[in-house]
Design a protein around this ligand. Structure first.
Ligand SMILES: NC(=O)c1ccc[n+]([C@@H]2O[C@H](COP(=O)([O-])OP(=O)(O)OC[C@H]3O[C@@H](n4cnc5c(N)ncnc54)[C@H](OP(=O)(O)O)[C@@H]3O)[C@@H](O)[C@H]2O)c1
Length: 322
């Protein structure tokens, strides 16, 4: 089958490590099934994999891609939950299984004509969502959903800040939060992306690092080192910073004095459970909220999407069609 792989690891020039071409068809083990991929979405995770973050050279070639929507073996439209784990081993949450992985870390991922997944990882795709829209939900949107509704758990109306408006997770955070009645401040380095954040429902969009008109109850930070200091300063005493990523580096000053003196809460978040994905899908189907899709490309032109993400030249999600 045709697939996009990490042919090898290249820390400095990740795009040079991209494999485009034939790869063996998946052979599903017991309890697994094969999905015919219709659409798959790109995440920063895929770029990190090419750089060797979370993927070692001995596992290459590895089919990239965490997210997919497609058809199951009976032709039913399905969405794939990307977390391969045992919910029982994680106290009811597969993301807390110490042995859990994401598709494309241990098992081949979704940037291919077919992908093998555990049967329990399939959830039905509602007619209201296109395959392209549905493919955006399992990683970026599910992560945003858990960060906002589960980890931060604030009442609607609360002021919040989303750092770096243009990303997959952050565009989802802005859209989900604005629809749910939060007062959303967003930052971006780009004027164009700030304008788009307002279109998604942000109350105000500011330059990265700019002073906010008020302190917020929670900050959502996927950027890490470049925004951490600003995130801590944006919070009211007792506020929460919810982090799921460190795109710009993971070693900012922890500023412990500020954290304890203002009694701030630093909360880590990763992906979401299959049940949360189900609820997110229902939320989108009911409310009409849809992922912001920057571009849709045939799988054979995946390198264009990777390049745009590497250069930060996109707003929202890149989707590949198989
Ligand atoms: N823990 C999990 O389960 C989980 C799940 C999903 C994602 N993640 C992580 O979350 C991060 C975002 O993922 P994604 O797929 O949404 O990535 P993405 O679509 O490439 O988004 C990147 C965002 O980061 C901002 N950014 C990047 N470098 C920056 C810098 N130096 N200064 C300020 N802002 C910067 C950009 O904001 P502007 O261009 O608008 O300024 C952009 O919005 C990644 O690190 C990823 O690994 C973790």
């Amino acid at each position: 089958m045709f697939a996009i792989t990490a042919a090898r690891i290249d820390k400095d020039n990740p795009l040079d490590a991209l494999g485009v071409g034939e790869h063996p068809d998946p052979v599903p083990p017991d309890g697994w099934t094969t999905v015919t991929v219709k659409a798959a979405a790109l995440n920063h995770h895929d770029l990190f994999s090419l750089r060797g973050v979370g993927l070692s050279a001995d596992k290459c070639p590895m089919v990239l891609g965490c997210d997919a929507a497609g058809l199951d073996e009976d032709g039913n439209p399905v969405i794939v939950h990307a977390v391969i784990g045992d919910a029982d081993a994680g106290g009811g949450d597969e993301t807390r299984d110490p042995r859990r992985s994401l598709l494309s870390e241990v098992h081949d991922g979704t940037f291919a004509e077919k992908v093998a997944v555990p049967r329990r990882n399939l959830i039905p795709k509602p007619d209201e969502l296109s395959f392209e829209e549905a493919a955006c939900l399992p990683t970026a949107w599910l992560t945003a959903y858990r960060m906002l509704f589960d980890k931060a758990g604030l009442e609607p109306g609360a002021p919040i800040l989303v750092q770096g408006a243009g990303g997959g997770v952050t565009s989802a955070l802005i859209r989900l939060a604005a629809t749910s009645g939060y007062r959303v401040y967003a930052t971006s380095r780009s004027e164009t992306k700030r304008a788009k954040a307002l279109e998604l429902g942000a109350h105000e969009a500011l330059e990265s690092g700019a002073r906010l008109p008020e302190k917020v109850d929670a900050v959502f930070d996927t950027v890490g080192a470049a925004t951490w200091k600003h995130s801590l300063r944006a919070l009211r005493p007792g506020g929460k910073i919810v982090t799921c990523g460190a795109t710009s580096g993971d070693a900012p000053s922890a500023e412990l004095t500020r954290v304890f003196f203002l009694q701030l809460q630093v909360i880590g978040s990763t992906m979401g459970s299959r049940d949360q994905l189900r609820r997110l899908v229902e939320f989108c189907a009911r409310t009409g909220v849809r992922p912001e899709i920057d571009r849709v490309l045939p799988l054979a032109r995946a390198a264009e999407g990777f390049r745009a993400m590497d250069q930060g030249d996109l707003f929202g999600k890149v989707v590949f069609t198989a």
